[in-house]
Ligand binder design. Sequence first.
Ligand SMILES: [Cu+2]
Length: 120
Amino acid sequence: MPACRIVIAVLFGCMLVPAAARAHAILMQSTPAAGASVPAGRLDMSFRYNSRIDRTRSRLVLTSPDRRESVLRIAPSGPPELIETSAELSAPGAYVVRWQVLAIDGHITRGDVPFTVTGH
Ligand SMILES: [Cu+2]
């Protein structure tokens, strides 16, 4: 079944390239953590991955309780596996940061970190 083999080769292509270039980015740790509650106000956020990422081609989008989306500015410097940003979050409610990062192996990964802002 050649078609099946092609699909499998694409799915696992990342595993076939040399080990040094293998790792696409998996989120290892974030602040706030997924599901966390944080007080209203300025929030410093960080996202740490298992591999180096290209911060200039990565993206953080914040969805507010009113469903409005805003692109968060990624700090231009810092450790190569970490992206950082901050935002003024005055409205209590449910937020989501959607992250999308480009790893050194050329693969893009993405995910969501939902958290809650509590009142003053
Ligand atoms: Cu990869």
